[in-house]
Design a protein around this ligand. Structure first.
Ligand SMILES: [Zn+2]
Ligand SMILES: [Zn+2]
Length: 241
């Protein structure tokens, strides 16, 4: 349909064509996507064969990864799933979303996250969606929180309420690079707290982040949310390292 808005989009696209964020191919002027179909299909999607707890991709028929196989209660969250591996083009896309002011690229992944949400029936228990917060200063400097952006999109797609004030991240004062792995983990553990609110008491929270590496951050958030009254905490991340 050719209306004024569409005509304008066509006109602008002559001067500033919309191009795929991966291969640079010109996209349709009215395209909502910013990554072309071919590039999207090549991204390292995680299949269904994963650890039942932490979502680590598995080779064989076992139910748990080496870590969760030894202890089912290492993490404070109940279950975690991720959509893509943090490698190849997915790595550079996450870096663009995070550091190059291209948070709009995250829009291309909302449907993928909604698909993984629907595929795993335990996610249906979700009462509220909560993004992993940034500390106030970083949030202000960056102008946005990519986890919140993803959480907002997902909340809309699956029709669940979003809570952004319940989990808080304090500024870490000690520089992380000077610390050992253990000290860094301690630092992360001390940097989150959840406000106890009657709203989350006995509720199931779905925690959203753009990337999970060791799992310490999301596990700490889950621990704090449970301390504040939440019954269960599930985690869904766009990527895992
Ligand atoms: Zn492309
Ligand atoms: Zn596991």
């Amino acid at each position: 349909m050719l209306n004024f808005k569409n005509c304008f989009a066509y006109a602008v696209s002559f001067v500033f064509p919309i191009v795929c964020a991966v291969c640079g191919k010109t996209l349709h002027p009215l395209s909502k996507e910013r990554i072309c179909k071919d590039c999207k299909e090549k991204l390292p999607k995680i299949n269904d064969v994963v650890c039942q707890i932490c979502g680590t991709p598995l080779e064989g028929a076992e139910k748990f990864c080496n870590v969760c196989g030894k202890s089912r209660h290492l993490f404070s969250f109940n279950k975690m799933r991720s959509v893509y591996m943090y490698k190849n083009e997915m790595r550079s896309l996450v870096l663009k979303i995070k550091y190059s002011n291209k948070v709009f690229l995250a829009n291309d992944f909302i449907d993928d996250m909604a698909d993984v949400f629907r595929k795993n029936s335990f996610f249906n228990e979700t009462d509220f969606i909560v993004p992993v917060p940034l500390n106030v200063i970083r949030h202000f400097k960056r102008g946005y929180n990519q986890a919140e952006f993803l959480a907002q999109g997902l909340a809309k797609a699956i029709n669940k309420p979003l809570l952004t004030k319940v989990l808080v991240r304090k500024k870490i004062t000690k520089p992380q690079f000077k610390l050992s792995k253990k000290e860094r983990e301690e630092n992360i553990k001390n940097s989150f707290y959840a406000l106890s609110s009657p709203q989350i008491k006995n509720k199931t929270i779905l925690l959203i982040d753009d990337i999970v590496t060791t799992g310490v951050t999301v596990s700490t958030c889950a621990y704090e949310l449970k301390k504040a009254g939440a019954k269960k905490v599930y985690v869904l991340t766009l990527t895992r390292d």
